[in-house]
Design a protein around this ligand. Structure first.
Ligand code: AMP
Ligand code: GLY
Length: 429
């Protein structure tokens, strides 16, 4: 039995908590800080996921064997190195890359150079800073049409601008690199060619040498139906992805996944954890849009329910470098998740709104995201909204359509002021 500490508080972590807690290998299980849903599966600890000292104390107090960072921040800040450099913590498995490996997500310039070194297909690009501002402007002005401007570092999901033309491109570039729109994160900028295609998310767990392929997914990023309006953290997801057929996935494996895993090893970059390949399919060919050093959200809410293996066992095999001994089974059932969000999201929204109806839900999995449990006036505990995205309603089905039909039936049963969700998740399939 292994004592586990999962870091994070979103729908992704709730889905991971649901899965981990089902393992016969899971001993005492903690989530820091967790949400109103994760407390069904383990004990929530009031600790921020970037508070390494508090995480250390909790690991020692509760004799933790495995730490699983959900979000990218602790990984990019070097939680793996923090553990491995501390004699009291270094025996603990951290399911995630070293600080250097997390640069695949933490620095767009790093990931683009890495892809270049290993011939991994991605959009053509150049890297610029304030010193090379004029060259950057010239590069943007070379063509008209859309161009993509990306802050090098983490910018809370806001660091990518798809500019419709060179005028907007130069404007976005200037804000990032000269006006330091995202501070240090945009002191370097990647300017890349716009790829026109359809996106999907592919995930592996790697031990640094071998890897296992998890179910693929597609998320729906825009707030509005028909993929309109501003980007969000994700309004829903489906798995499997119908257009990711065998021929396409073989290309993904041969041209992208294997060169990535081999490339990390060749460059002596310590990486034992999840790799999230944000891909785009252009004329049947896969390209990498981005790497993430963690699982996706809301993709995890459909990927993890379709993973039939014991996740704790996979993590232990990863730690031993023996993922080659594992056969991964993906459920033949489809999964579809619909995200409920707060009114106003992704702009300003209120928190602390009472949510009801959970007990009426039948035949779906509820993965809480921005929720919190409080004791109400009548001394009963109640669930309140505590974020923009509040709840993922996931269902299985024979087809994606069936799965989503079930999710939408149950979405209707959840009630809170300002409830909003997209009514067209999976509409294309
Ligand atoms: P990223 O943070 O790199 O995932 O970018 C955010 C979103 O911008 C992606 O999910 C894509 O929808 C879009 N995007 C990024 N790079 C490109 C590109 N080169 N061509 C087209 N769309 C892109
Ligand atoms: N769903 C995209 C992400 O997790 O970054």
């Amino acid at each position: 039995m292994k004592n586990i500490l999962l870091l994070g508080s979103g729908g992704r972590e709730c889905a991971l908590a649901w899965k981990l807690s089902q393992s016969a290998l899971c001993g005492t299980f903690f989530i820091a800080p967790g949400n109103a849903g994760t407390s069904e599966y383990g004990v929530n600890l009031p600790i921020g996921y970037n508070d390494f000292e508090a995480i250390k104390s909790a690991c020692l107090e509760y004799k933790i064997d495995i730490v699983i960072p959900g979000p990218e921040d602790p990984l990019v800040l070097g939680i793996w190195d923090f553990f491995k450099n501390d004699p009291k913590l270094k025996h603990i498995i951290v399911a995630g890359p070293s600080k250097e490996g997390a640069q695949l997500e933490g620095s767009k310039a790093f990931s683009k150079k890495f892809m270049g070194r290993h011939n991994i297909p991605t959009a053509d690009y150049r890297e610029f800073s304030a010193e090379s501002f004029e060259q950057g402007v010239a590069y943007i002005k070379r063509n008209d049409g859309p161009i993509v401007i990306k802050a090098d570092g983490l910018a809370a999901g806001k660091g990518v601008v798809i500019a419709a033309n060179k005028v907007e491109g130069v404007k976005a570039f200037r804000s990032m690199v000269m006006d330091k729109q995202f501070g240090e994160a945009s002191s370097k900028v990647v300017v890349e060619q716009f790829l026109d295609g359809i996106e999907l998310s592919v995930f592996v767990l790697t031990d640094g040498e071998n890897y296992v392929l998890l179910p693929e997914a597609k998320d729906y990023k825009r707030i509005g139906e028909g993929d309109k309006g501003p980007n969000t953290g994700g309004m829903g997801a489906i798995s499997p992805v119908p257009f990711a057929d065998k021929v396409f996935m073989d290309k993904v494996i041969n041209r992208i996944i294997e060169p990535t895993v081999k490339g990390l090893k060749q460059e002596n970059i310590t990486y034992q954890g999840f790799i999230f390949f944000g891909l785009i399919k252009v004329n049947e060919e896969p390209y990498v849009i981005e790497y993430n050093c963690r699982m996706g959200d809301p993709e995890t809410e459909v990927v993890i329910p379709r993973l039939e293996n014991d996740l704790v066992e996979l993590i232990l095999k990863m730690n031993e470098g023996k993922l080659n001994e594992v056969v991964v089974a993906h459920s033949s059932r489809a999964a579809g998740a619909v995200m409920l969000v707060s009114e106003g999201y992704p702009g300003n929204y209120s928190k602390g709104i009472k949510m009801e109806g959970f007990e009426k839900v039948k035949g779906s999995l509820l993965f809480h995201a921005g929720t919190i449990e409080k004791v109400g006036k009548n001394k009963q505990s109640e669930v309140l909204t505590n974020g923009g995205r509040v709840l993922a309603v996931t269902s299985y089905g024979t087809t994606i359509k069936d799965a989503l039909k079930k999710s939408y039936e149950n979405v209707d049963l959840i009630d809170y002021d300002g409830k909003y969700y997209r009514k067209d998740i999976g509409w294309e399939f």
